[in-house]
Design a protein around this ligand. Structure first.
Ligand code: MTE
Length: 319
């Protein structure tokens, strides 16, 4: 196993934010190097042996959890990313050649600053921060992940939505030539998600561009994905190419697939079970198969920051 621990990383390997933003092809270079060493990973020996490029100038966040993050290997080999297959290791195995650079993001709908932006220009005005967040998947497992991201509220303020914008909708890239899962109808493509404007401008929501101080691996949603830590993980849409400010509640892929199982809000709620399993407890990935499950917290433990968003809303009906 050739995993570099932070202490092994020389300062010369750390990229300043400007370099990170100016070198438009670095992820491609990184993924080719990674693919060469990871070609044909053997089942049962799925261990990433190439770490990604470091990102510099990352601030810290008052919102970070003080829980110990999961091992890097868990975070990059146990994923949900149906565009690359429905198995947990499929994204790690199938996404290495995915071209996450060059990348552009289209902003449309009810906002002043609509248009198509290079990924680098899109994130440049904003401060990068590390946010250590718990991630609670709807499948009743969880992880603690040190994301590197920018505040979604800052991005939205910058894009100047009009008074008609009540929701923000997001879309993942649709490219069946690169995403084998999109050649099957496991979900309605492109993957779609949405938030109310109040949710999207809550200080906890971020666009993530990295993990563990490094550029985001493809299987985790490179180059940019959403993280909404008080909601089930499926709201964290990956590899975003479109952000739309809209008046009406947008459709979301999981809600379209099974409306009785996945609602629009998808707030973590131990009191509202999924129709096929309990949401009261969760298994922390990496704690061992026989470790006891831990109780799931309302709003994934972020109630102090977000409970007010749902005042007067019946969370049993609006799940
Ligand atoms: N985004 C896209 N485009 N496609 C997906 O299949 N899966 C979602 C979410 N974002 C998914 C997606 C689900 S179900 C979860 S739990 C999280 O991504 C998992 O994120 P992770 O693999 O980085 O832990």
């Amino acid at each position: 196993m050739l995993i570099k621990k932070p202490a092994d990383i020389r300062p010369s390997e750390i990229t300043s934010k400007d370099n990170y933003l100016n070198r438009r092809d670095f992820i491609r270079a990184g993924s080719i190097a990674g693919a060469a060493t990871m070609a044909g990973p053997a089942l049962g020996a799925i261990v990433p042996d190439a770490r990604r490029e470091k990102i510099g100038d990352i601030g810290t966040s008052i919102f970070s959890s003080d829980e110990a993050p999961n091992d890097y290997e868990d975070v990059v080999t146990y994923n949900n990313y149906y565009e690359f297959g429905t198995g947990k290791q499929d994204p790690y195995e199938n996404a290495q050649e995915f071209r996450s650079r060059p990348w552009s993001i289209t902003v449309d709908g009810e906002a002043a600053k609509t248009g198509t932006y290079h990924f680098e220009d899109f994130i440049k005005p904003f401060d990068l921060e590390e946010r250590i967040y718990r991630m609670r998947c709807v499948e009743a497992w969880s992880m603690v992940i040190p994301w590197v991201g920018i505040s979604l509220a800052d991005v939205i303020k910058h894009l100047q939505p009009t008074s008609k914008a009540r929701y923000v909708a997001f879309e993942t890239l649709h490219d069946p030539s690169q995403m084998p899962g999109q050649r099957r109808r496991s979900l309605a493509w492109p993957y779609r998600e949405g938030l109310t404007i109040a949710e999207a401008t809550n200080p906890l929501a971020i666009f993530a561009v990295g993990i563990y101080g490094e550029v985001l691996p493809n299987q985790n949603g490179a180059p940019i994905r959403l993280i909404v830590p008080w909601k089930y993980g499926f709201k964290g849409i990956k590899s975003i190419v479109r952000m739309s400010f809209v008046e009406k509640r947008p459709q979301t892929s999981w809600n379209m697939a099974a409306p009785n199982e996945y609602g629009f809000f998808a707030n973590v709620n131990p009191e509202v079970n999924h129709p096929r399993w309990s949401q009261a407890r969760e298994r922390r990935i990496g704690s061992g198969l026989f470790a006891s499950k831990q109780p799931t917290l309302m709003f994934n433990g972020y109630g102090e920051q977000v409970a007010h968003l749902y005042d007067g809303i019946d969370l049993r009906r609006n799940f």
